[in-house]
Design a binder for this molecule. Sequence first.
Ligand SMILES: [Zn+2]
Length: 684
Amino acid sequence: MLYVQSAVRSAAAAPFDRLQPEHVEPAIAELIDQCRAQLKEGLQEPGWDSTLAPLEEAQDRLNRAFSPVSHLNSVLSGPWRAPYEAALARVTAYWTELGQNRDLYKLYQQLAEAPEFASWPQARRKAVELGLRDFILSGVALEGEDRDRFAANSRRLAELSSRFANNVLDATSAWTWHTEDEAELSGLPQTALAAAKAAAETKALDGWLLTLEGPSYLAVMTHADNRELREEVHKAFVSRASETGPNGCEFDNSAVMEEILHLRAEQAMLLGMANYAELSLASKMAQDNDRVLEFLNDLAARSRPAAQQEFDQLQEFAAEKLGLDRLRPWDIAWAAEKLKQERYALSQEALRPYFPYEKVQTGLFAVVEKLFGIRVEADIGVPGWHGDVQFFWVTRGGERIAGFYLDAFAREKKRGGAWMDSVSTRRQTADGLQLPIAYLVCNFSSPVAGKPSLLTHYEVTTLFHEFGHGLHHMLTRVDVAAVSGINGVAWDAVELPSQFLENWCWQPEAIAMISGHFETGEPLPQALLDKMLAARNFQSAMFTVRQLEFALFDFKLHCLARGASAAAIQQLLDEVRAQLAVVPVAEENRFQHGFSHIFAGGYAAGYYSYKWAEVLSSDAFSLFEENGIFDSATGGRFLSSILEQGGSRDALDLFTEFRGRTPKIDALLRHSGIEQLELNTNPG
Ligand SMILES: [Zn+2]
């Protein structure tokens, strides 16, 4: 049982060649016992060295043992699922218990109030401050009745969130549309037809079955030529889980939303805040409610004219070429697809031969080597969990500073999507420095029969995106675990390095490094490159105002001090649409009833983060546009001001240090092509 632990400590990364499912549960149980014992002992004598450092050490051992288990469950599943679930239950229980520990909270308070605290190193101070903040936000600091009420509300909110999600899920699966006449599905691509056929087969039906699942819905909206069909599917989709839905009030989320908003407002009040938005921002980079509203309204005002222009062009095209004099909500995506084909006739498939995986990977490493003065070197001696997995060291001046596993290709039983996760965090231990190691996982199609894996450009940007997260984890110089790498980084700033690195996928100079025809080595032809760059911003202003509509609705809703009735929620959404929307909305539309991000996910009063992070990454990249996209001094500055600092300082301070000023939205507007389209630019 201690086998797992000692193996993890002695190996460079994690002992994937020796780890067995039966090792997991006893090892995790033992490590949690050690954490508990360490905590008890540490509480006797408050101090960094006597309490927090040994607790960090014990918890780091637990994290390094749990991380490969959680990872193997994601990438292999099978025999790892049961031990993972058992271990997860134990680990979750431990972290919950720790987060609710009043004695530990008081110890943090004591440390922060001690006179010598001011002379502590920055990272330690920040770790204590963030710890204190989290204790306060989880209600631990409250007393008596307030504390009980806060805890009861938290439990109820968890129930309501899952009920909201279940209603959306049930309403989604309760509706289907069946036909045996293929002509009704004209326009749908082969993949969508095959999926509809398979869906029919699972219900023992002949013909085709459409559903409201994402891929089926989007395929119909984008490609189905049958306008009545689009209308029917659209109305069913946008009214899910509401009183206007096809199942009547059966899955209606109205009362669930009302109660969630009411309880969130009450939680904020119990913590002495004016509203839930304030509570949400307490752990984010954005300073206060006014700043977020000002940011969203500013971006809205500057994007809307361009969005209106894009919509007018679409309407004009639809009238001339498609015979639609008045675009209805169910026509937009379909007409847009036709316009896009006419303007660019560019398919992602046509780009694949120019982006063979090996070339992209080598090019990516060359890009980051140029930017940050590091080298990436493969090490075939480090065992992985599958033949596809590679291990690399990141070195600087010949010295190893980090490492990562790369598992690039899709295979059976591997979870979909792409992500970065931590194997180990950089920190100072009694035996020296522990290096940060990362997992980078993607799901590209694997090489078959001598033909390499060929990526779409979208997949290329995915690899850069995840590598950006990886650099944030690996290039940190902080050695306190709680604020090292991506730990402790404000939620609305976490996507900065990842979106930032994506920019190089759009630069001709960098594209030359990551592309080359898999048979001839020929670079991406200029004509394809031009088309790709031109198509990048197709209807980006319309997309922007739609995201802003969601973000502004979410934020204003959570600025209300007492929650809102279902009618008031609708009214607020109507007002936001009146300010922003350029596309028509169906009468039945109850978008809010399916807005799981904010009612069932972690995005409440946080949806703005998507745009916020885009502003940061665009604005950061614009300094490279000014100084040269491979300017090493600018790269060095991004490294030292942002990547190396992790969560040890406030994200806004770090950004300001890098950029020489606070963030501006101009670069984002320019990168998304909105600025050029603007009719009346207000100078200054
Ligand atoms: Zn990301």
